[in-house]
Design a protein around this ligand. Structure first.
Ligand code: ZN
Length: 99
């Protein structure tokens, strides 16, 4: 999301006239957006929970390959190496880092 309120800083500067300084105030738009995403995540998880393991594995594979491919300098060698080593934890970590 591109926040027009805070320009993706996560806060806005508000004048504190009593202390004659500018205060950092958490951006309401960003906090609201994060809350919406968290609620959606919970609901989405509940909906997807019934999918088969095979289908989830296929979906995660497609997602990871697409994320690697979308990089300016795709590192498929790393992905191929992790798949060859069947390193599930590193594959999950890679996915978490890329999203
Ligand atoms: Zn914001």
């Amino acid at each position: 999301m591109n926040c027009k309120e805070c320009n993706n800083e996560g806060y806005t500067l508000q004048p504190d006239y009593y202390h004659d300084v500018m205060m950092r105030v958490n951006c309401v738009e960003c906090m609201s957006h994060e809350k919406m995403k968290q609620e959606l995540r919970v609901k989405l998880t509940m909906v997807l929970m019934d999918l088969s393991m095979n289908r989830m594995a296929r979906l995660l594979s497609d997602t990871l390959i697409s994320l690697v491919d979308a990089d300016d300098n795709p590192d498929f060698e790393r992905l191929v190496a992790l798949v060859g080593a069947k390193n599930k934890e590193s594959l999950v970590s890679l996915l978490q880092v890329m999203v």
